[in-house]
Design a protein around this ligand. Sequence first.
Ligand code: AMP
Ligand code: ZN
Length: 459
Amino acid sequence: MQKIFLYNTATRKKEELKPIVEGKVGIYSCGPTVYWSPHVGNMYAYLFNDVLVRSLRYLDYEVKQVMNITDVGELSDSGEDKMEKGAKREGLSVWDVARKYEKEFFESSELLNITKPNVVCRATEYIAEQIELIKKIEINGFAYLIDDGLYFDTSKFADYAKFANLKLDKLIDTDREEISSFKKNKSDFALWKLTPKDGKREMEWDSPWGKGFPGWHIECTAMSTKHLGDVFDIHTGGIDHIPVHHTNEIAQGYGAFGRQTANYWVHNAWLTGKGGRKMSKSAGDIVTMQELKSMGIEPLVYRYMFLNSHYRNGMEFSIDGLKNTIKSYEKLQNGVAHLPDGGVVNEKYQQKFINYISDDLAIPQVMALVWGLLKDTEIGDADKKATILDFDRVLGLDLGKVTEEIIPEEILKLSQERIEAKNAKDWVKADELREKIKSLGYLVEDFKNDCKIRKLVLS
Ligand code: AMP
Ligand code: ZN
């Protein structure tokens, strides 16, 4: 087992990970709200989670990753239920919307080689656990009931503002999803929302407080502690979760168990659109994996792009930027795939690799290391391949895979002209054509009765 250091939002420091049980790491990752297609911004978060899990496994930790599916309870900024919004938009039931987008989420994850978590849990399938947890919080004196639901009284938890450095006196309603004029404090949040007296909701359950549905934050505290214990190692999520969702999860942990549920809180920064704005479904500037595919862009190119950013810096995204990345990714993939097999992992490079990943997942440095290794004349080609494929256990770029090359029409035509020139013994013209083909990025190789064309790699 190798030491690993991660930036812990709770202490605002890079800290050595000290698992509760030596050699084993429990991770809870906030999962998607399944009301719309997952986009490159969401997938940035899950790529980060994947690289974290893969790095820990590479370093020989036994990892149990738990991820939730939010299929009930999350409200938009205007207070509207996100699932119901999706159902209205599509003319489907909320249940159908939830399953449709959950499926799309896992399809997108697969296209990006994101390893499936060990446990995936839907909020709607853990209603009993959520009610039990809320009861604990209520018995411990942290909750109060008003007309529209049972609320967490944040004034009872002295350190409420600490995790996110919140200025509670400056909070305004629009900063928060919970809009209720009867709340005691602006930062209070719903543990259980009640169905209005004369109303009926598609998703509602009986509870000790009345018919309704759980508040968004309670599902994560209930399911993380159910699968990983009252206290576990790592909790992940996007930085947007720091001031509200994770702050409230921490409050619930104190309310129920008298302590913070996770020891390390690790957050990814945002994927932004041009101009630095967070890419989001509500802003309407999203790009999905399926859209990338229909543009002829292999989704792993996006994974490659992600690996060149550090998860705490985020990344600016544009389709043009992604297109500019295709060449580098293909160059790397083909470059590695065409190297001979049978080598061994180079220890010097492997040590550097380990140093980088264990330093808060310094993956951009790993990418530079990989390119450096390919150019290193002191390392044999077979060893280069073995070493890079070993790193690919974390990178997940399918670097060993030989992809079928599609040779463009124009190149095929030039090659045919060259064969004709050769048959006519016009060597000058044949050479000129070979050069022309090369200038377009392809190499013609002559064999006895045949000639082969392949894309030039590692120029
Ligand atoms: P949601 O489905 O909106 O709850 O988002 C699921 C996860 O994706 C959360 O952890 C968010 O923080 C993350 N996320 C959403 N948009 C972005 C973005 N533009 N960049 C990075 N992470 C994001
Ligand atoms: Zn969560």
